[in-house]
Ligand binder design. Structure first.
Ligand code: GLY
Length: 464
């Protein structure tokens, strides 16, 4: 945990932004995998972690935005729990450890909320994403579960997003730790990418590295020689010479701060000429985005500029044609990059996505663009110092999409379908780094940037 003062200060700043009433922050509970006593690895709610720092199931925090009083609700363990789990701190001790003055059994929470609601006070809560908390809220607040998201407090969401978006120095240090574990994971994957190796073996080792150095992977490992499937969790293949292996993976530290990197490497360690050509275009997009990202510019603009680098490179290879700016404005490049440049990252790999991506990545000034491809951009708004975003351009040859666009004569002025058809067996490439927006630019997070150039990757694989 961070120092107690960090959590005290965060809660104080949060309720300064809330006009009154009670702020309810539910922690998570254990989630059974196949029977109640056999649970998935516990993952605390990120907003609860941010405000209360307690990585234990079965707690809720309440902040009184009028009086400033703070409460932690949770049950003390009983002897039976101690026998199985060992001695545990009491709710009162946990509360005191993070500067919360009041502690009470969980059962009292519903009564406190009803009393406040009965007195006409607003109960601010966040949109639930786990069924346990959805049912709990339905029960405590008397709002049907299908309506709960609509009743979530926009005021609270906005206040939390404003706070959590700008990372504190202690958070940046923790994300840096996550990135260093990510570095180890990716370099290990590169060194193992030999013909005949099983994807599953490498994916499993990456999970093991994350678990042994931190808490776990920050999302299920994406690793496949079919990199044209953007989020490919199928690891059933054996790596073959001539293919590339795309690995998109990151770690969560013990304090649940994340990293998220993607590298694409040639199986066997040597890029072919064609692979090198496309790889260098994607790397140029990634580099361009990092050069352009700085406080004051929107990430939507950075995304579109990176897409122009992609279109220009593909035009030079003869796969696109026509005016590059017009091609990107029309969305023709999205045949090759049907996703956004990146997302916010922090305690969640897609930071705060449970609060509603629209509130995290957009604001009144910067609105999402509905066009295919750019519509998937999760982070579009103006950058500020302290933001952490991913920079993850890609270029994919998705046979079904190519066939569909070609049959529909989509963007024929910009797409050289005859040439593109020859790449249908190519796969896909993505190059992803994690960027900290600094006072005047952007910097890769982690002690070292992952091997990124063709020469760096081939050298790393050669040493494997
Ligand atoms: N890197 C995985 C994701 O962004 O969803």
């Amino acid at each position: 945990m961070f120092d107690r003062s960090i959590y005290v200060n965060r809660r104080k700043r949060l309720i300064e932004q809330v006009s009154g009433g009670l702020v309810l922050i539910l922690g998570n509970n254990e989630a059974p995998a196949n029977y109640p006593a056999n649970t998935y690895k516990f993952r605390q709610d990120s907003s609860f972690l941010y405000l209360f720092g307690l990585n234990h199931p079965g707690f809720a925090g309440v902040l009184d935005a009028d009086s400033g009083e703070e409460y932690l609700y949770g049950d003390d363990v009983e002897m039976d729990d101690i026998i199985w789990m060992g001695p545990q701190p009491s709710t009162r001790e946990l509360a005191a450890g993070v500067g919360v003055a009041h502690a009470a059994p969980f059962l009292r929470l519903a009564g406190a909320l009803r009393e406040a609601a009965g007195a006409g006070r607003r109960i601010h809560f966040l949109p639930p994403y786990r069924s346990y908390n959805t049912l709990l809220l339905e029960d405590m607040l008397g709002v049907h579960h299908s309506l709960l998201k609509g009743y979530a407090s926009l005021e609270l969401i906005r206040a939390l997003v404003a706070l959590r978006s700008v990372k504190e120095p202690c958070e940046i240090e923790e994300i840096r730790r996550g990135c260093n574990i990510g570095y180890e994971m990716h370099v290990t994957a590169m060194k193992l990418a030999h013909p005949g190796e099983k994807e599953q073996y490498i994916a499993g080792l990456l999970e093991g590295i994350a678990a042994s150095r931190g808490c776990m992977v920050s999302f299920p490992v994406i690793l496949s020689q079919n990199g044209e499937t953007l989020h490919n969790h199928d690891h059933s293949q054996t790596l073959a010479a001539g293919r590339m292996m795309l690995t998109d993976a990151g770690a969560e530290t013990l304090m649940n701060y994340c990293s998220d990197f993607t590298r694409t490497v040639p199986v066997g360690g040597k890029f072919s000429g064609r692979q090198k050509d496309i790889y260098n275009i994607v790397l140029a997009c990634n580099d361009k985005a990092r050069e352009l990202a700085r406080p004051g510019v929107t990430y939507q603009w950075v995304h579109l500029e990176a897409c122009k680098v992609l279109a220009r490179g593909l035009k030079e290879l003869g796969l696109m044609k026509g005016d590059v700016d017009e091609a990107v404005a029309a969305g023709a490049h999205a045949l090759f990059m049907p996703h956004g440049l990146g997302h916010m990252m922090g305690i969640d790999v897609h930071d705060m996505e449970d609060l509603g991506q629209i509130h995290v990545g957009y604001d009144e000034e910067t609105r999402p663009i509905a066009q295919f491809g750019t519509s998937s951009l999760r982070m579009g708004r103006r950058l500020q110092p302290g933001f952490v975003v991913t920079d993850e351009p890609g270029c994919y040859f998705i046979p079904a999409l190519i066939d569909q666009w070609r049959a529909g004569k989509m963007h024929e002025a910009f797409l050289a379908y005859d040439k593109i058809d020859a790449f249908k067996d190519f796969g896909g490439i993505r190059v992803e780094d994690d960027l900290l927006i600094t006072g005047d630019g952007a910097a890769c997070l982690g002690d070292r940037r992952l091997p990124a150039t063709v020469a760096e990757i081939e050298e790393t694989m050669r040493k494997g």
